[in-house]
Design a protein around this ligand. Structure first.
Ligand code: ZN
Ligand code: ZN
Ligand code: FE
Length: 749
């Protein structure tokens, strides 16, 4: 007899019926059950069939399942006459919650099958698909502790729910038109409009209206992406002049609007169904103002039955953007979106746990997770070592928290991008839920060094033992943890803003780092940031200050007022309200503004992105450089700024300047890393930080370092941006490794 224990994402994904069916086919006797730590199986049969059984479980398990650990033990046979699915057994261990799953192919087929009882039913699901995380109130996952508890199953659903051979056996959100949730179509005043809600939605979308649609992890705001006026109306209402919108595409039509390969199509179709950022096609029918001045576009495929019902050949492309006001958390109820939408497609199944769509950027050699949320959370991620139960509080932008237990951590969904009360409420509320679900009580809290972050203040208010961690150390440690590195690395953090140990603003950093400590090997030289955060929104002011500091007459800059000039000059002269920064993000802002790209920005990194797009990918192999100085511990960028200013005044083509600028960064990074290697002997290099979202830079630096025999580690399943700071905080808080004493063992190559 074999006793098998499996853990991972194995509950609520059709694992038991699959095991049951397989056991019956192989004429095995025994049982399968859900334990608190996963799945438990005992099986008797011929040796050959038992072997096949194990093989088939590993190979053919349900698509949404993820096996993390698989234990097999041989035991003496106990007499049994059949194979059964037994009652769940509670035992100490860690319960896991499945992320929400995109509609499976079987359900999508039934949705359009006129003879099916769930024909055209917007809440069709089965054990392979449907909502999970978003409907859970408590664990273990069972219908009475989900938002389905108020819907009594009808006899038909119940017969499927209790039939071990049915695809809906123990599918907790099982429902049909007789017993399940119902759609409603409302006007802007939340009054119901009669008629079929789906037909109404389609009609008004075609008519150019903006509609709030209740999704899985929250509301989307939807409108026709081929209608220019509607898109600009949406921009006005959302107060979002330029930031790109994501577009949901009919699966058969997606290749008409973006460059896509088979692997990327599979990723879009996967149970997590993320938004994937892909290159736009020139001749697409999608309006330019969907992702203005951007060669890429975020696209996704239908992942709920409603998406399948709405999209068609006549309505193949819809903007579906998070239902929220500017950087606030996503809405779970239509009332929160008052004033934004003309109509609402909503229903009576509450969203208990919100999560935004996840975003992945297609990239080489690996895709990069830009936002890890719906479809991925709250799956645990394994750490390289055991931790005490720890809360990583996160940063200020792209807020997440991470909670660790033993050798894994649970990452929160994307919480928000502001320090408002709504964001804090969502944060604390989700934290309390995670603690309850995963039976976790932090013994240690780790936060950013920045004294004014909302997450820092929250961490301080917990009264728990507290550690504060430097922002860029956390960036690097998060990537080390993702790759389970167990020795010191050369860590490159190119970022916008992070509080330094000397009270200045860091962001262009090359560290020698492990999980316990870091040493700052190189940084960009300090430049003056006039007025701190206000300048970040006005890159032209950064250019003005950087030019003054570089001894260049900034007279050639356009788009800056005389008042601004006077104030900045005074500030620099009197050293008043001037912050010192080594930020790479600000260097991008400065150069972009010199080129006249975006003197004022409306979303984070807008001008840096414009510079990236201008450059294209040619510069990766380019050896043409602007000058720079690599001193003892600084990368002096003043010669670079002077040379760019010179090129701008000589009216060099902008794309050439952008290319040369990128290639200069790639080259000085290589130079600095080589120097760092000579000092430390280390060949492993980690890349991280918000600026590493720049594809040209990330791919370019990876390429030249690899060519020079360095082993490069880039973020892939965790974001390079502040969304993974919480993870870095957790591992540093538990850091075990020590940096080698460099003075004693200076290795020269
Ligand atoms: Zn299904
Ligand atoms: Zn029913
Ligand atoms: Fe950062």
């Amino acid at each position: 007899m074999l006793k098998i224990e499996i853990n991972g994402i194995v509950q609520g994904v059709g694992f038991r019926p699959f095991v049951y069916k397989t056991a019956i086919e192989l004429d095995l006797k025994g049982y399968v059950l859900n334990s608190t730590s996963g799945i438990e199986i005992e099986a008797c049969g011929t040796e050959k069939n038992l072997e096949l059984f194990v093989e088939r479980i590993k190979k053919e398990h349900p698509p949404a399942a993820f096996i993390r650990e698989f234990h097999i033990e041989k035991k003496d046979d106990v007499p049994c006459t059949e194979f059964t699915i037994q009652q769940s057994r509670n035992r100490k261990g860690s319960t896991q919650i499945s992320p929400d799953l995109a509609v499976c192919e079987d359900c999508a087929k039934e949705l359009f099958d006129k003879s099916d009882p769930r024909f055209n039913y917007a809440f069709i699901n089965c054990t392979n698909c449907g909502p999970r995380y978003s409907i859970i109130e408590n664990t273990p996952y069972d219908r009475p502790v989900t938002s389905m508890k108020n819907f009594d199953m009808c006899d038909y659903c119940n017969s499927e729910y209790t039939d071990p051979l049915n695809r809906r056996f123990h599918a907790q959100p099982i429902a049909c038109p007789t017993c399940g949730p119902q759609l409603k179509f409302l006007d802007r005043n939340f009054e119901e409009i009669t008629g079929d809600p789906i037909s109404n939605t389609i009609k008004f979308l075609k008519d150019g209206k903006i509609i709030g649609i209740k999704g899985i992890g929250g509301f989307h705001i939807a409108c026709d992406a081929t209608n220019c006026e509607t898109v600009s109306e949406l921009r006005k209402r959302k107060d979002r002049p330029h930031k790109p919108f994501a577009v949901i595409c009919h699966p058969e039509k997606i290749s008409e609007v973006v460059e896509i390969n088979e692997e990327q199509f599979e990723l879009l179709k996967s149970p997590a169904a993320p938004i994937v950022i892909l290159p736009k096609k020139e001749s697409s029918s999608i309006q330019n103002n969907v992702a203005p001045q951007n060669p890429n576009m975020g696209v996704f495929l239908p992942y709920t039955p409603i998406h399948h019902q709405i999209l068609s050949n006549e309505l193949p492309y819809l903007i579906m953007t998070s239902g929220n006001f500017h950087d606030e958390p996503i809405a779970a109820e239509e009332k929160e979106l008052s004033g934004l939408c003309g109509f609402f497609l909503t229903h009576n199944r509450p969203i208990l746990n919100r999560s935004d769509d996840s975003v992945i950027r297609a990239s080489k050699p690996q895709n990069v997770m830009m936002r890890r949320s719906r479809g991925y959370v709250p799956s645990p991620i394994k750490l390289p070592f055991k931790t005490v139960q720890t809360l990583g509080a996160g940063a200020e932008l792209k807020i997440t928290f991470a909670l660790s237990k033993h050798d894994s951590f649970f990452l929160s969904p994307y919480i928000g991008n502001s320090n408002s009360k709504q964001t804090l409420d969502f944060y604390t509320d989700t934290l309390e839920k995670y603690k309850k679900w995963f039976e976790l009580e932090p013994e240690l809290v780790v936060c950013d060094l920045h004294p004014d972050y909302m997450t820092t203040r929250f961490a301080e208010s917990t009264g728990l033992p507290l550690k504060k961690v430097q922002h860029h150390h956390a960036h690097i440690a998060a990537v080390m943890a993702e790759h389970h590195l167990d020795e010191p690395v050369i860590g490159i953090a190119y970022d916008g803003t992070g509080y330094g140990t000397d009270g200045t603003i860091w962001g262009g950093e090359i560290f020698l780092a492990d999980y316990a400590k870091f040493e700052r090997l190189f940084h960009l030289n300090y430049m003056p940031l006039p007025g701190g955060d206000a300048a970040i929104k006005h890159p032209i002011r950064i250019a003005y200050a950087y030019l003054l500091e570089s001894g260049i007459d900034p007279g050639f800059l356009k788009n800056i007022s005389d008042i601004e000039k006077r104030i900045i000059s005074k500030q620099i002269e009197n050293k008043f309200n001037i912050f010192q920064t080594s930020s790479m993000g600000r260097l991008f802002d400065c150069v972009a503004a010199m080129l006249g790209l975006f003197p004022e920005i409306t979303f984070e990194a807008q001008s840096a992105m414009a510079l990236e797009f201008l450059s294209g990918e040619k510069c990766i192999s380019s050896r043409v450089n602007y000058p720079y100085n690599l001193a003892e511990d600084t990368i002096d960028i003043i010669p670079l700024i002077r040379a760019v200013a010179n090129d701008v005044q000589r009216k060099e083509p902008l794309h050439k300047i952008a290319e040369k600028f990128h290639s200069t960064i790639i080259n000085f990074t290589l130079d600095a890393v080589k120097k760092a290697h000579r000092k430390t002997g280390i060949k492993k290099v980690v890349l991280s930080g918000g600026v590493m979202q720049n594809k040209v830079l990330l791919e370019g630096i990876s390429k030249v370092l690899t060519k020079n025999n360095f082993t490069v580690f880039v973020p892939s399943i965790l974001p390079p941006n502040d969304g993974s700071i919480s993870v870095g905080q957790v591992v540093i808080g538990n850091g075990k490794l020590e940096i080698r004493n460099l003075k004693k063992e200076k290795i020269c190559v």
